[in-house]
Ligand binder design. Sequence first.
Ligand code: MEV
Length: 325
Amino acid sequence: MSGTDDSGAVTIPVGTACGKVILLGEHAVVYGAPAIAAGIERGAWARARRIEEGPSRLSIPAWGVLVHEGDPGDLGRAFAALLTEAGISGREAPVAVEAEAQLPPGGGLGCSAALGVAVARAIEPGAPEAKLAARVAAWEGVFHGNPSGVDAACAANGGCVLFTKGTGVEPIRIGAPLHLCIGNSGTSSSTKEMVESVARLRARKPDVARKTFDGITALVRNARLAIEAGDTFALGRLMDLNQMLLSGLFLSTPEIERLCGLARDAGAFGAKLTGAGGGGCVVALVKGEEAAEPILEAWRSAGFEGFTTSVLRVERADVALGGAP
Ligand code: MEV
């Protein structure tokens, strides 16, 4: 919350968080399988200040969005859930929060988690990690229904991590730099709906789901070894195989397949959807910065936007936001 510095000037704390890509393991992670995720440079920030009169409000000016605590939409409900968990709900201690995200909403890059972490950090900078985790879990519960916690863990910590629901994050030592191209399929999707669609498939065909999740688990374990060994070629092949298994769960779209195909043809080691699927972004692994340009050009020519990123180093190895057990 706002305070004063040594000169008496009012200071407004800024909470920041990063976006993420899931390199392997999305969806299976909801059912206890490990996933490998990495923080990216694009993310979110928020700043908070006390106001005289409630209700509390959250604005995202770049999106033309303003919600109040208690508003019926997802954002208003998520904001209210976070404030309630933080114990500052109600009209006694209202806050005004302003936030911004450099991530496409519903794009699979952890936009909602990054905003949640940034808002939680702005409201109480330096809050203990367990409290931060509970507040972000309350926020994410509104958007995701049954989140594994991988997005929130990455938003808070960055780095390249192995995430397991209920256990939290284990940093992965990167043997060689990971250069990524992110391509946007141009359509967004609801993580909650995609997670629910996998849950329905699992209820109808438990054997198919179990075998798929076992397969993804094996890919993730091998991918971890490949990352540590700096074997980006092998990592790319494992990402391709993960994409095949995700397609088998009906999570891919023609645009996602097109983006992946264009990236592979233009020299990517591997490409797959990232996050919930059903739209959103793909991640392609490339050899180096120069190798990214032909891929971005191929996407541009086909009408898709993209950008490059590299994996952030772990800067806060002391923190580990676990998902709800
Ligand atoms: C969304 O970024 C990743 C999913 O596995 C959902 C989750 O883990 O909460 C689809």
